[in-house]
Design a protein around this ligand. Structure first.
Ligand code: FES
Ligand code: FES
Length: 151
């Protein structure tokens, strides 16, 4: 049995210790906000917060997640209400197909925790590990800037 702490809630899963955290979240815990893109640590669509640091859950065996505070997109909204970052992505058109969006929003959260008023280069660097095939990035950067103004 492996004990996990996700979005502040305790979970116990009976899975092989080397199963990817990404698969445990999606298949065993039905937290399907986390997405699989490349499966190789390149695209960031599987991003989670791992003790507050952005991490690719496709590269993490679930065993390593024991004792870690894991944050997923399901923990971002405030009850039924979108968090300001989510609202900004919606309003600025920062989400299209949506595959990259949960990871982008977690990357934004991580970035704004570090730099509450980031410059454009800091935004570009902060989101550099998260790839988007749809938006051309400018609307995503605008969403991050809008979210920073609300902070
Ligand atoms: S699916 Fe994990 S980085 Fe692409
Ligand atoms: S919105 Fe489609 S990959 Fe980013």
């Amino acid at each position: 049995m492996i004990e996990l702490n996700i979005n502040g809630k305790p979970y116990t899963v009976d899975v092989p210790p080397m199963k990817r955290l990404l698969d445990v979240l999606r298949e065993d815990l039905h937290l399907t906000g986390v997405k699989e893109g490349c499966g190789e640590g390149e695209c960031g669509s599987c991003s989670v917060l791992f003790d507050g640091v952005l991490a690719n859950s496709c590269l993490i065996p679930v065993l390593q997640a024991e004792g870690v505070e894991i944050g997923t997109i399901e923990g971002v909204a405030i009850g039924e209400q979108l968090a300001p970052i989510q609202q900004c992505f919606l309003e600025e058109g920062g989400a299209q197909c949506g595959i990259c969006t949960p990871g982008m929003i977690l990357a934004t959260k991580h970035l704004l925790d570090k730099y509450p008023q980031p410059t454009l280069p800091q935004i570009q660097e902060g989101l550099a590990g998260n790839l988007c095939r749809c938006t051309g990035y400018s609307r995503i950067f605008a969403a991050v800037e809008a979210a920073a103004k609300l902070a």
